[in-house]
Design a protein around this ligand. Structure first.
Ligand SMILES: *[C@@H]1O[C@H](CO)[C@@H](O)[C@H](O)[C@H]1NC(C)=O
Ligand SMILES: *[C@@H]1O[C@H](CO)[C@@H](O)[C@H](O)[C@H]1NC(C)=O
Ligand SMILES: *[C@@H]1O[C@H](CO)[C@@H](O)[C@H](O)[C@H]1NC(C)=O
Ligand SMILES: *[C@@H]1O[C@H](CO)[C@@H](O)[C@H](O)[C@H]1NC(C)=O
Ligand SMILES: *[C@@H]1O[C@H](CO)[C@@H](O)[C@H](O)[C@H]1NC(C)=O
Ligand SMILES: *[C@@H]1O[C@H](CO)[C@@H](O)[C@H](O)[C@H]1NC(C)=O
Ligand SMILES: *[C@@H]1O[C@H](CO)[C@@H](O)[C@H](O)[C@H]1NC(C)=O
Length: 419
């Protein structure tokens, strides 16, 4: 099936005729959930694929709740949340993001040729504005982002609070845009040397490489030219994408992580403190993603995760990522790790601005993502003027909405109710 679906992806990328006539296998969706497309080619360049519940296209009276997935995810991951949230009176929509799933129109070219400006964070907000308008809405009651989805969700709430009227961040706390240096010394004559940016991701990385054993942040790994191939072809897992998704979900869940001390805030941003973060985030510098997962999975039984992440769902991820590959999804990391410059400096437009709409954080007690960006969780009362608190689910790691769907829905509905 894989070679066939890869040739389908090729047709999708290079022939608009193929795009117009492509049909995908139906997704095994729960009752009450609909899969749809909406064409925003004229504005964002994308044809969005999304799942929804509680929506009537001809009647947009019900408030809209928008859910944005992270990496390596698709809208399908949220299928079991849509109906229980919709029952509270909402039109609930989860979209495949730029670079993912059945949303098309993004730049599918390889690492060296792709136009990364498509994945700039403020462009992700543009995507959302075009999408929301296309759905017949000009307001979003709440935008919910998981993992990398917290970045577009946070930027949407930060920059267009009139549209995005509340924000719930799941599993990755919000990091506000960088600020320019403040109150610099002035000189009576021009400076003799021009300053160069003193911060680059590569600089942070080289400090990790000097640890014993040498380490590497997964975000940096994900930004490299080889990453898309490494994910699609997990050599240390018998080239099985099914094994990749199974183990990736298992290893970031309490089924694996509960045997270790729970994650906690890091004492400093020093590389030696980052070193205590597990290998799937702060990787061994000489290991690929599949080697990392194979090493951690040695002697474990990832099958225990089948109770909450069934094989049938894993098969859907395998089907979708076999077709699209991973580069579109990994382009987000490349923007994240870009040095100061055109891919990142639009954040300066929002320097010092706070989120002013109701803000809530929902994570898992066993998820190191909560603490990797030091101070982000503790800083919410500074980055948002209407922070409604945070909850870490006792029985969750990085995938609370899959591991503990019921509890996740309960907290989302409580947040929505109290708006
Ligand atoms: C896109 O723009 C073209 C040309 O203006 C127009 O004919 C078409 O209806 C537009 N399509 C959508 C979906 O907005
Ligand atoms: C639209 O939906 C709302 C709420 O679901 C309902 O009260 C209203 O009557 C509907 N309007 C029309 C024109 O059907
Ligand atoms: C990778 O590094 C670890 C820790 O330094 C070492 O034990 C291991 O042998 C290395 N593996 C390879 C394939 O070089
Ligand atoms: C890879 O194949 C070997 C030999 O069949 C098997 O023992 C091992 O469990 C497989 N690993 C994975 C991750 O499927
Ligand atoms: C692994 O877990 C599965 C599901 O709980 C169980 O059926 C199987 O027996 C376990 N395998 C081993 C080797 O413990
Ligand atoms: C924000 O919360 C942290 C930790 O809860 C606390 O130490 C800090 O004083 C608070 N800051 C403000 C401005 O309230
Ligand atoms: C987690 O468990 C502790 C101790 O039982 C309890 O106090 C806390 O409320 C629980 N947290 C959540 C989010 O359920």
């Amino acid at each position: 099936m894989a070679p066939l679906s890869r040739s389908l992806a090729y047709c999708l990328a290079f022939s608009s005729f193929a795009l117009a006539t492509t049909t995908y296998p139906p997704l095994p969706l729960p009752s009450g959930v609909t899969a749809s497309y909406v064409d925003t080619t004229n504005t964002s360049g994308l044809v969005f694929h999304y799942l929804s519940a509680g929506c009537t296209p001809s009647n947009t009276t019900k408030p809209l709740v928008l859910i944005l997935h992270g990496y390596p995810e698709i809208a399908y991951g949220f299928k079991d949340l849509l109906v229980p949230i919709a029952k509270q009176g909402y039109c609930v929509v989860a979209s495949d993001q730029r670079g993912y799933g059945r949303t098309t129109g993004w730049d599918t070219r390889p690492w060296a040729y792709v136009d990364l400006t498509q994945w700039k964070f403020e462009n992700l907000v543009r995507d959302l504005v075009a999408f929301v308008w296309a759905l017949g809405y000009k307001e979003v009651r709440s935008v919910i982002g998981h993992d990398f989805g917290t970045i577009p969700a946070g930027w949407a709430a930060l920059t267009r609070p009139d549209i995005f009227q509340s924000v719930l961040h799941m599993s990755v706390p919000f990091v506000p845009p960088q600020q320019p240096p403040f109150h610099l010394p002035t000189t009576p004559s021009p400076p003799s040397t021009l300053s160069v940016p003193d911060w680059t991701y590569a600089g942070v990385e080289s400090a990790l490489e000097h640890l014993t054993p040498p380490r590497r942040n997964y975000q940096w790994y994900n930004s490299q030219p080889s990453a898309a191939h490494d994910f699609l072809t997990p050599t240390a897992l018998n080239n099985s994408l099914h094994a990749f998704f199974r183990i990736e979900w298992f290893i970031k869940s309490p089924a694996y992580l509960a045997q270790f001390p729970p994650p906690h805030p890091l004492p400093s941003s020093d590389p030696s403190d980052l070193a205590q973060v597990p290998y799937f985030y702060i990787m061994l510098a000489n290991q690929s993603v599949s080697q990392t997962l194979a090493t951690l999975n040695y002697g474990q039984n990832a099958s225990v995760s089948k109770t909450w992440f069934p094989d049938a769902d894993v098969d859907v991820y395998v089907q979708e990522f076999s077709r699209t590959g991973f580069q579109g999804a990994l382009n987000y990391y490349r923007v994240l790790t870009s040095p100061p410059g055109p891919l990142t400096n639009d954040g300066l437009l929002w320097a010092g601005r706070k989120i002013t709409v109701p803000t809530f954080f929902l994570g898992g007690k066993y998820d190191w993502q909560t603490y990797i960006v030091r101070g982000a969780l503790e800083g919410y009362n500074v980055t948002s003027t209407d922070f409604r608190g945070s909850v870490l689910l006792n029985g969750s790691g990085h995938w609370p909405y899959i591991e503990q769907t019921g509890e996740t829905v309960r907290y989302i509905n409580k947040f929505l109710e109290e708006l």
